[in-house]
Design a protein around this ligand. Structure first.
Ligand code: HEM
Length: 192
């Protein structure tokens, strides 16, 4: 089998699996509309979100490794520094890892600590007041991640031949609009 094509398939399927911010935002919006609930609902919800981080690290690493291997196999990895599309893709990937690390090493442990203090059927008011702002921060970061992943896909399809600048800018605008929309609502019809 052609190794380049195999790597390309791995690269693209990894990117598909990096859609976690979209689905996590949908889950988060569902949780908000659910309102006050049994403590088990929050524990279940946090288990799902918490588990995403390690998966995300692994998919990000796979995107990086397959990306570099594609370059080596396709010519030279040095084009990472001469092709601005590839360089931007790398920078966006590093930004994604940075944002994920903020959630994984700072926000999530704080939420977990507060949640561990909760007892009874529903979350006590004091715990809820502490968790609320942290969840909001995490949600904002997730929508930035969604925007970065979408924009990186937009760059991915321009590695060999760049689109016209205005086309790229319009699509970046639409990516921002979609990320904002998913941040605000449950998008029951996919795009809206
Ligand atoms: C979040 C990170 C990334 C995303 C979302 C992403 C996405 C994509 C997508 C959608 C393609 C299109 C494939 C096609 O046209 O069939 C692509 C191609 C490519 N990517 Fe990435 N990529 C990422 C990171 C990287 C990195 C870090 C590198 C290099 C170090 C890289 C190198 C490449 C190369 C060389 C291609 C061209 C493959 C080809 O058309 O033959 N990618 N990427």
């Amino acid at each position: 089998m052609d190794l380049y094509n195999l790597l390309k398939f791995l690269h693209v399927i990894t990117v598909v699996f990096m859609a976690a911010p979209l689905y996590n935002l949908i889950v988060v919006n569902e949780r908000v509309s659910f309102g006050k609930a049994h403590l088990h609902v929050d524990q279940y919800f946090e288990n799902i979100i918490r588990g995403s981080s390690v998966r995300c690290y692994i998919f990000q690493l796979t995107a990086l490794v397959t990306g570099v291997l594609l370059l080596i196999r396709g010519g030279s990895w040095l084009s990472l520094f001469t092709n601005w599309v590839l360089l931007l893709k790398l920078l966006f990937l590093l930004a994604l890892t940075g944002l994920l690390s903020v959630v994984h090493f700072s926000i999530q442990p704080q939420i977990d600590k507060l949640l561990a203090q909760a007892e009874g059927d529903t979350m006590p008011q004091a715990v809820a007041a502490g968790i609320g702002p942290l969840r909001l921060k995490r949600k904002r970061l997730a929508s930035v991640c969604l925007f970065l992943v979408t924009t990186t896909v937009l760059l991915g399809v321009q590695v060999d031949s760049a689109f016209r600048l205005q086309t790229t800018l319009i699509l970046v605008g639409l990516a921002a609009l979609f990320s904002w929309r998913v941040y605000r609502t449950r998008v029951p019809y996919g795009w809206v």
